[in-house]
Design a protein around this ligand. Structure first.
Ligand code: FAD
Length: 389
């Protein structure tokens, strides 16, 4: 379903753009890939960027007509910015997941329930289909992700971290910020007191009668949280590039459009970061990195695939004075690179948006882009996507 190449991303974008206006606004909630872009694996790895997508859509539609679609793109930006300001939430997720996996090993009842959920054998109409669809295709529609997470948490009463982990293992677009924070939002941990309850009638309506589950939880009380997230921390700072030094570029799954970095650095050598885990998102990213280095080949110098443990030796072998990478946002890649001496450069788009991701999404959206409809849109979009970039 997803060819991990820039060409495939461009083709998908071109095919979707005509539908990004009123078609998307009216039909996007139906559980079908016919009404949405299915661009997420490409945007997640920045094979094409948020800016590329916004520009293509705004070249064809007015901001008013494309408002819903623009808003969805900004959800990704908001979640990323929010997690940057609250990295402890990612750390807590990993700790809680570890504890939940331990419970799965030691509590046979939970293991059976978890196993049935992951294999789509719970007997719950719709839910079982989505579990199998995810494993088969690596993709679920947004509404299906919401229903699935809600049923996982409130009907099956499984720990939300196990569900988030199930998604991260199988999604092509598996993303620390969008995934962790969406699961937390469904469970009532993100917006205090607000949960998402999957309702049979909604499912029947937006699956056009394919599914009408019975026995779903009728109430969704917010999950307990040990401690509320701390107030937002500082916006991360971009490191400086020293143009006088011999430079190596490190490409990671977080940003596979390195053109913006190549002008200031002209790398003497490039490394692509490979991690050994078997998650689908990693396999997709490895293939996409090969496509990326082929595309930019003439500007990258010799290209070497590396694990994080091999980076220092690679720098010595190539006599590098500095290693530069596009800032890896909070998540597995940032964890892998945590101890490395690398200049992490934040994209201008993220630098402009992240400072506003402090409170709720709608305030973010109002500050950054669309919704002081519509007079401010061009101005505000320019602020987020300056013409000079
Ligand atoms: C429980 C749960 C887990 C999720 N996990 C992930 C994840 O791991 N990775 C991921 O990329 N998205 C995740 N999402 C968000 C969203 O479901 C997907 O981005 C979207 O379904 C991708 O399909 P699309 O490209 O066809 O979206 P479209 O509807 O075509 O939207 C266009 C783009 O906007 C962005 N977008 C749309 N909806 C959202 C959203 N709710 N949050 C953030 N960005 C959005 C994506 O970049 C998407 O490609 C999750 C949502 C939920 C409810």
């Amino acid at each position: 379903m997803f060819d991990p190449t820039y060409t495939a991303a461009q083709q998908r974008l071109a095919a979707f753009v005509p539908h990004a206006g009123r078609d998307y606004a009216s039909a996007r909630n139906f559980d079908s890939t016919a009404h949405v872009s299915t661009l997420s694996p490409y945007i997640r790895h920045r094979i094409i960027t948020e800016k590329d997508v916004l520009r293509a859509v705004l070249a064809r539609h007015s901001p008013q007509a494309a408002e819903k679609f623009i808003q969805e793109i900004f959800w990704r930006t908001y979640w990323k910015g929010w997690l940057e300001r609250h990295p402890a939430v990612w750390t807590a997720y990993k700790t809680d997941l570890h504890a939940a996996l331990h419970r799965v090993q030691s509590e046979s009842g939970m293991r059976r329930q978890w196993d049935a959920a992951c294999h789509g054998q719970t007997g719950i109409d719709g839910f079982d289909h989505w579990a199998q669809e995810l494993v088969k295709t690596g993709y679920l529609h947004n509404h299906a992700r919401m229903w699935f997470a809600s049923i996982w948490i409130f009907t099956l009463r499984l720990p939300w971290t196990l569900g988030a982990d199930f998604f991260l293992r199988h999604l092509h677009d598996g993303d620390a910020a969008s995934n962790t924070l969406s699961w937390r939002w469904v469970g009532g941990l993100h917006t205090v007191g607000k949960t998402y309850l999957a309702r049979p009638d909604t499912i029947a309506r937006y699956t056009q009668g394919r599914f009408h589950p019975t026995g779903l939880a009728t109430q969704a009380h917010p999950l307990d949280q040990t401690a509320p997230p701390p107030p937002p921390g500082p916006v991360p700072r971009s490191d400086q590039i020293d143009p006088s030094l011999r430079t190596g570029l490190l490409l990671t799954p977080e940003d596979l459009s390195p053109g913006w970095l190549l002008d200031p650095i002209s790398p003497a050598a490039t490394a692509t970061l490979h991690t050994p885990d078997a998650r689908r998102v990693t396999t997709f990213a490895h293939a996409a990195m090969a496509d990326c280095t082929a595309r930019y080949g003439h500007r990258l110098g010799p290209v070497t695939p590396l694990s994080s443990a091999q980076i220092s030796q690679w720098a010595r072998d190539n006599n590098l004075g500095q290693i530069v990478t596009s800032y890896p946002p909070t998540g597995p890649t940032a964890d892998t690179l945590a101890s490395q001496d690398i200049a992490r450069i934040i994209r201008p788009y993220d630098r402009a948006a992240w400072p506003h991701a402090t409170h709720g999404f709608f305030r973010f959206k109002g500050l950054c882009c669309t919704n002081r409809l519509m007079a401010e849109v061009p101005l505000s979009l320019d602020r987020l996507i300056p013409r000079s970039l």
